[in-house]
Design a protein around this ligand. Structure first.
Ligand code: AMP
Length: 277
């Protein structure tokens, strides 16, 4: 496993890879969710590149950039047994050299959900992912359904900018009690960690009602909100019912639906989602 940081070392490493290359972009502090992406990339390509970069431009001024968990040695030890070829760990100075002024923005898809709560977040995401694509030239790029809007936005960018690669979106990996794996789960104290599976229970209750024939969003919302508000440690920021493709809010469920939510446990903000239909 080659571990490279500079752009020139990355280019040399990339040139040595022949055949299909799978890319897994991450911010590190890896967990089983990230590793599932790496395993799928390994199964579908001759080579795998993993990037580890806590991208400053996707964090808002009051967000957790400086506190974001980092442990490169631990991450490398998790990646070694998976047969990863190259790990690229660029610095912020490499990705954003002095006088940097070029940005990639996806318009309508970034207006709602996470985009509404985190202004500028997706501008940072699409810009860095475009740069990672340019530098690593992957055949396929792997993302998690855990970040549903991110996957939709990057899919749009790939189409709009003609990136010659295939997007692969992998299912959300969960802890045994249903909590979606996330690097941010580390921030939860014991009581918050015990309370956090309410997110998946609420999403699952909506899925059950949908499968029993309920098609009114108001009814699903009420069911979810009653479960979420019954948990005193959970502070709901939003629960949204949107069309899976356009991410526009719906009232009556007709096609494929994305239910997504953002909930605070203390200072820790967790997101999760489920797809119906
Ligand atoms: P991050 O390091 O949080 O930026 O995540 C890197 C990639 O891993 C993104 O494509 C995420 O959607 C994906 N990911 C994060 N958590 C999970 C999870 N629990 N299951 C599947 N994929 C995940």
């Amino acid at each position: 496993m080659q571990i490279v940081s500079s752009l020139s070392d990355l280019r040399t490493a990339r040139l040595s890879l022949e055949g299909k290359v799978g890319l897994v972009p991450t911010m590190g502090y890896l967990h089983e969710g990230h590793l599932s992406l790496v395993r799928q990339a390994k199964a579908e390509n001759q080579h795998v590149i993993v990037t580890i970069f806590v991208n400053p431009t996707q964090f808002g001024p009051s967000e957790d950039l400086s506190k974001y968990p980092r442990d490169l040695e631990r991450d490398l030890n998790l990646l070694r047994p998976l047969g990863v070829d190259v790990v690229w760990t660029p610095t912020a100075e490499i990705m954003y050299p002095p006088s940097y002024q070029t940005w990639v923005e996806v318009e309508a898809l970034t207006k709602g959900l996470e985009g509404a709560m985190r202004p500028g977040h997706f501008k940072g995401v699409t810009t860095v992912v475009a740069k990672l694509f340019n530098a690593t030239q992957p055949t396929k790029a792997y993302f998690g359904q855990k970040d549903a809007q991110q996957a939709a936005v990057i899919r749009r960018m790939v189409l709009d900018l003609n990136f010659p690669l295939e997007m692969v979106v992998c299912p959300t990996m969960r802890e045994a009690d249903g909590l979606a794996m996330s690097s941010r789960n580390k921030y939860l104290n014991e009581a918050e960690r015990k309370a956090a599976p309410v997110l998946f229970r609420a999403l699952s209750a909506a899925k059950e009602a949908y499968e029993a024939g309920e098609r009114q969003v108001a009814a699903l919302r009420e069911k979810m909100m009653s479960m979420l508000t019954a948990e005193p440690l959970a502070q709901v920021q939003y629960v949204a019912f949107t069309d899976f493709d356009t991410l526009e809010e719906v009232e009556l469920i007709q096609g494929k639906l994305l239910i997504s939510l953002a909930v605070f446990f203390g200072k820790t903000r967790l997101i999760d989602n489920i797809v119906l239909g």
